[in-house]
Design a protein around this ligand. Structure first.
Ligand code: HEC
Ligand code: HEC
Length: 493
């Protein structure tokens, strides 16, 4: 069922006492009275010019009629339903995390002597890639190209472990493969911004790290880049342990783990990886939740008209419906939205010929079902699926999608808008002129591609879900997700 955000929000958030308290909005009777008073006066003024406002904003007339006060506030850029966000606690780094910081920036752990975690996950770029290249080059001479785009390391502190299924608690005793097999016949429910719970009826993969979810913890994750021959190329656990022993921060190791820590290379490297994970979890720079949108959620910032329009389109199931997967509302517990539902989808983005691995016409990166991930190779219903990334700080990136095929938000927006309505604008044509739709997924897996979730539920020749102006406004909204916003600066133009 499709509801406009205008019907949903007030119903779930405003008159409901529990959510109001959970959201931290404690409005005394008196101030509520004043609010309604002000609202009433404004409404009276408006009554003479209602059409002007209705026409100027993105709010439909029915929203104005059903929720005049909220509509008015929103059209002025204010959040009608402010919440109090619960951010991760900020405390001085533990010694373990301090050790992790050393490891994170240590170029001597790479065979080139020039590459650390921070080379690809650049702190000044919100722990995303250093530039425009689809994949970063690493290895002994920094000339071996990686296979995928570098994701940001931010906002992973709440990332759940990889699992398949609607309810993680009940599924714990069933093997991953069993669960996956069940889902072969499960009908897919549509995901819309208004009703993500409906998709809980599906058995879908979710959680995990990397674009394919192949590892669960930040600790086990970090071993991959250390040893990956296309990345830091550390050679072996033994070689890395020897480098740690030589490192200027080796004494910190001994302080924390005792003098015998270097006796067993596996122990030394495992502790180093644990320390890196602690650094990512403890250091506030990985999860500040300090964007303009966060401030707006708390009622401390005002969005411009374009940003408000973009926000409404982002949430509108008839239009962009981005929030169906990139969740944008705070939880009742006040946890700020991560802009991902942690689930996997096959969007069928175009093949990226800038990746040298793709010169081999038989190579396909199919995400969850392999070939980089190996344990789900038989679960072909997941071929082509990749983890929905966060959109926080996305406007600062120059590389988008798992294969880095896009380099601007405009290109990404065109993909969502035209993939089905005008595939010729998105995919290359073969020699006979036919457009090679979903050309990065072999034909037999094309049925895995998501064609039910709006805006990807249209067909060729239909009108695209969004106009050019809509796309501009959605981009304006995405720019409010960049951290480091200072309330008071950057007021609406
Ligand atoms: C040569 C570039 C490069 C280096 C160096 C590198 N990474 Fe990565 N990192 C990547 C790429 C590419 C991916 C995505 C890989 C994939 O999905 O298969 C990634 C993914 C990750 C992820 C998962 C993020 C997510 O959203 O799921 C984490 C965590 C991570 N790296 C941490 C580290 C740490 C810690 C180090 C240092 C020990 C490091 N990386 C070094 C390129 C790099
Ligand atoms: C059905 C779920 C779904 C919907 C709806 C959806 N996305 Fe996505 N989004 C994804 C997935 C999955 C990826 C990664 C796909 C890949 O790499 O193959 C992605 C990737 C992106 C990226 C690239 C981010 C990066 O770091 O590379 C952007 C930007 C983005 N989406 C924006 C949007 C916008 C804007 C909308 C609304 C028009 C939207 N998405 C709708 C699931 C979705």
């Amino acid at each position: 069922m499709r509801h406009s955000i205008w019907i949903r929000q007030p119903a779930t958030r405003w008159p409901n006492h529990r959510s109001r308290e959970a959201g931290g909005v404690l409005i005394s009777r008196a101030s509520r009275f004043i609010w309604w008073g002000i609202g009433g006066v404004l409404l009276a003024v408006l009554a003479s010019t209602p059409l002007v406002l209705v026409a100027s904003g993105a709010l439909p007339l029915r929203a104005w009629i059903a929720h005049p006060r909220a509509s008015l506030l929103l059209s002025l850029g204010e959040n009608p339903f402010p919440v109090r966000l619960v951010r991760p606690p900020v405390a001085p780094l533990s010694e373990m995390a301090q050790l992790g910081r050393h490891v994170f920036f240590d170029i001597s752990l790479s065979s080139s002597g020039r590459m650390s975690c921070a080379s690809c996950h650049v702190p000044e770029r919100f722990y995303g890639p250093p530039g425009r290249a689809s994949a970063v080059t690493g290895g002994p001479t920094l000339s071996s190209q990686g296979l995928r785009a570098v994701p940001s390391l931010m906002y992973l502190e709440r990332q759940p472990s990889f699992s398949v299924g609607p309810d993680k608690d009940e599924d714990e005793n069933i093997s991953l493969a069993q669960l996956a097999a069940q889902s072969f016949n499960a009908p897919r429910a549509k995901k819309t911004a208004q009703d993500t719970a409906e998709s809980a009826a599906n058995l879908v993969p979710e959680g995990g790290l990397f674009w394919d979810g192949r590892v669960d913890t930040l600790q086990s994750q970090a071993l991959f880049p250390l040893l990956n021959p296309l990345e830091m190329d550390g050679g072996s656990v033994e070689a890395e342990a020897a480098r740690l022993r030589q490192a200027p921060y080796a004494k910190l190791f001994v302080q924390l783990f005792g003098a015998s820590v270097f006796d067993n290379p596996r122990v030394a490297v495992a502790e180093a990886l644990f320390a890196v994970a602690r650094y990512q979890i403890e250091d506030p720079s990985f999860h500040p939740y300090s964007s303009k949108y966060d401030a707006w959620l708390e009622g401390k910032a005002r969005l411009t008209r374009a940003e408000v329009r973009g926000y409404l389109l982002f949430n509108d199931p008839e239009k962009a419906d981005c929030a169906g997967c990139h969740l944008d509302q705070a939880g009742l517990d006040g946890l700020p939205p991560q802009f991902t539902d942690d689930q996997y989808e096959a969007l069928g983005v175009p093949r990226n010929m800038a990746l040298s691995v793709n010169r081999n016409a038989r190579y396909f990166d199919l995400g969850v079902c392999g070939p980089i991930r190996t344990d789900m190779a038989d679960q072909t219903q997941y071929c082509g699926m990749f983890l929905t990334p966060t959109l926080r700080n996305v406007a600062t990136r120059q590389v988008f999608m798992h294969n880095g095929v896009y380099h601007s938000l405009q290109q990404v927006m065109n993909f969502y808008n035209l993939r089905d309505t005008d595939p010729g604008a998105i995919y290359p044509a073969g020699p006979d002129g036919t457009v090679k739709k979903y050309n990065d997924i072999p034909l037999q897996y094309h049925t895995n591609v998501d064609t039910v979730d709006p805006p990807l539920d249209r067909s060729a020749g239909e009108k695209p879900a969004n106009t050019k102006r809509d796309l501009q406004d959605i981009i304006a909204f995405l720019k409010t997700l960049t951290d480091g916003y200072v309330p008071g600066r950057g007021e609406p133009q």
